[in-house]
Design a protein around this ligand. Structure first.
Ligand SMILES: Nc1ncnc2c1ncn2[C@@H]1O[C@H](COP(=O)(O)OP(=O)(O)OP(=O)(O)O)[C@@H](O)[C@H]1O
Ligand SMILES: [Mg+2]
Length: 281
């Protein structure tokens, strides 16, 4: 890994540059139909869309785990296959079971670092730190199939993070995760972003988006990007969200219905808005 590309500098590297992506599953219709995506180092981007919009498929294409029928994906501004940047690209797919295939959770989390030749002592430290952060320490010696759904998701995330990637593609990382662990994971993603790591998160949950992204790619049901822009612009367009099959964030909906202009995105912003409003009267 090279910290120079982690996005702390002023000259940003384009970490993923996808052009004209198209994909259809053999037994299905068109899923992704001509999507361009550019992600700069250090960005936080959400891929938002309803069930079946193609979010998971797009992340698999961006992560090089599916070959597009048309279009190209470049990594770190070079024509190179995803396999050449596996140590820099962490992909969490929607099914945590794909990461949990060793006899114990500890071996699952260590698997990536050991494949990449990371010294055992460093791998041990990473496992201990991640297990501590994700409340997995008491589960490290268990077979992964004896974990609950949320515990499996946390173990899968730990196994992706143990490689210490520069770019994370996370497909619904918080589904099945309880409030405490959600807060822990969001805090960890904030820390990684502060460190310059690029984070692309897919979700159908508009409430989650302000916590994980500054920019949004909104997928419609037809395999295309129906809107893209700042998180604020996309999430306050309540009609656009509804047209795409999504409910607006709860806070946006509340303040919209209450007749406020300049809609807040989050609960703290909403509290500020109410306090400003009551001060003004
Ligand atoms: N392995 C597959 N074979 C055939 N069709 C598939 C396969 N995986 C997904 N699809 C279809 O492709 C479309 C997009 O699926 P995808 O999983 O990318 O959507 P998604 O936006 O991630 O949905 P969700 O919010 O439910 O996770 C859907 O219509 C789905 O039925
Ligand atoms: Mg999906």
């Amino acid at each position: 890994m090279s910290d120079g590309d982690r996005g702390n500098g002023s000259d940003r590297t384009t970490v993923i540059d996808a052009d004209g992506l198209a994909y259809r599953y053999r037994d299905g219709g068109v899923v992704i139909d001509g999507i361009d995506v550019t992600v700069e180092a250090g960005e936080r981007v959400a891929v938002l869309g309803p069930n079946g919009a193609g979010k998971s498929t797009l992340l698999l294409l961006l992560g090089g785990l599916l070959e597009p029928d048309a279009g190209t994906v470049r990594y770190f501004e070079r024509d190179q296959p995803a396999d050449a940047v596996r140590d820099r690209l962490g992909v969490l797919t929607q099914d945590p079971g794909e990461y949990l295939f060793n006899p114990t959770v500890r071996e699952d989390i260590e698997y990536g670092p050991s494949q990449l030749g990371v010294p055992q002592s460093v791998a041990d430290e990473r496992v201990a730190a991640l297990a501590d952060r994700f409340d997995l320490s008491h589960l490290l010696d268990r077979p992964p199939f004896r974990l609950s759904g949320g515990e499996q998701r946390r173990a899968a995330i730990a196994s992706v993070l143990s490689v210490d990637p520069d770019v994370l593609l996370l497909d619904e990382p918080l589904s099945n995760v309880d409030g405490d662990n959600e807060a822990e994971l969001l805090g960890l993603l904030d820390d990684l972003s502060a460190d310059g790591v690029t984070v692309v998160t897919s979700t159908p949950d508009t409430d989650l988006v302000p916590r994980v992204a500054d920019r949004v790619l909104l997928l419609g049901r037809d395999g295309t990007v129906v809107a893209t822009g700042s998180t604020r612009a996309v999430l306050t367009d309540t009609e656009g969200l509804r047209d795409a099959g999504l409910a607006p964030p709860t806070v946006v909906d509340l303040f919209d219905r209450a007749g406020f202009d300049d809609l807040p995105l989050t609960v703290p912003e909403g509290v500020d808005r109410i306090e400003q409003g009551s001060d003004g009267h």
